[in-house]
Design a protein around this ligand. Structure first.
Ligand code: RAM
Length: 329
């Protein structure tokens, strides 16, 4: 065989092998987050990567807009449709605004689920809640009320005004406010899951409500910013910042006393579970009421009438356990 022929043959063999590899096709699952740069979603991505490794033939595309807008997510979704991904698992900035783009994705055969922050029923095959919304709503007010024996003014510092998950949790919280007659909810403000805006909103609350006793931030970005604002204002011990946070980000606030306690579920597990669900539905599992869809080491998701399921209960962190968990997530 001439040298040239040998080279050509080698190239041809290599091309054939590559073609075969492409046919035994890797499943591409896009994990679309509210915005890039949020620790909670980075932890979820760790779980997604873990699931991908376990499943073997999966590639995770971790993506999202640079700020928490539905418009930014729509652009991301359209680009994922153009790339022909196999599945989209989204934490939505707005339950309705992303529906047309996600419907288009499903029409093209892309599996679509939501997790963390839900999409309206028409725009997804199922939704994975981190925990029961009622339990989360109960938890965030209880965290504040437990440290207010004499009651007092509390305010909510949320994420965006259209965020599905925070809005549901705040609604659930309001339903049980009657159990805490001495606790008075004076305001709900929005920091858009941006550190600087959340910080300014916390400052605004302190200025407007001089008797404020607690800030409830059901967002990891908001709770961290509010604890810093309270610390900088010299109000540790006067205003307790609580809500949902990451032990890794909140360790300093717990140590200083700006935050007595807060709660969260494991975000790594949430990203892992969402990936397992997207994979299994893309592989043919039917997302319908009553279905039980496997989530790997997280067990199974049992879908309710709305095609929703919950992962696990929130867990409370304080001085007694923060050290142990701050290096986990
Ligand atoms: C922020 C996001 C996320 C929420 C957590 C608690 O990271 O708003 O959607 O689940 O907080």
């Amino acid at each position: 065989m001439s040298v040239m022929k040998k080279i050509l043959t080698t190239v041809a063999v290599a091309a054939t092998l590559m073609g075969t590899a492409a046919e035994a096709k890797t499943m591409r699952i896009a994990l679309v987050v509210k915005a890039l740069g949020i620790g909670f979603f980075e932890a979820a991505n760790k779980g997604a990567q873990e699931a991908a490794k376990e499943l073997g033939d999966v590639e995770i595309i971790y993506t999202g807009p640079t700020s928490t807008t539905a418009e930014g997510q729509i652009e991301v979704i359209n680009s994922l449709i153009a790339q022909g991904v196999d599945a989209i698992a989204i934490s939505a900035n707005d339950p309705d605004a992303v529906v047309p783009a996600l419907k288009k994705a499903m029409e093209r055969g892309i599996t679509v689920i939501s997790w963390d922050s839900g999409v309206a029923k028409d725009g997804r095959m199922m939704h994975l809640n981190p925990s029961s919304p009622a339990l989360i709503g109960n938890t965030i007010i209880k965290l504040a009320a437990d440290h207010l024996p004499d009651g007092g003014d509390v305010a909510v510092l949320s994420a965006t005004a259209t965020s599905t998950n925070q809005n549901i949790w705040i609604d659930e919280m309001k339903k049980v406010m009657g159990n805490y007659p001495k606790v008075n909810l004076v305001a709900t403000v929005y920091g858009d899951d941006l550190a600087d805006k959340s910080y300014r909103e916390a400052q605004g609350l302190m200025a407007t409500y001089p008797n404020l006793k607690a800030i409830i931030a059901p967002t990891t970005v908001g709770i961290l910013a509010a604890s810093q604002a309270v610390t900088d204002a010299g109000k540790i011990g006067q205003i307790n910042v609580t809500g949902l946070g990451l032990p890794s980000e909140m360790a300093g606030a717990v140590e200083s006393g700006a935050t007595v306690s807060f709660a969260i579920w494991n975000p790594v597990d949430l990203g892992y579970a969402a990936t397992e669900l997207a994979y299994n539905i893309a592989m043919g599992a039917k997302a319908e009421p009553g279905a039980e869809i496997p989530m790997g080491r997280m067990g199974t998701a049992k879908l309710d009438d709305n095609n929703e399921a919950a992962m696990s209960d929130p867990f409370t962190y304080d001085k007694s356990n923060i050290e142990e968990f701050k290096s986990v997530f």
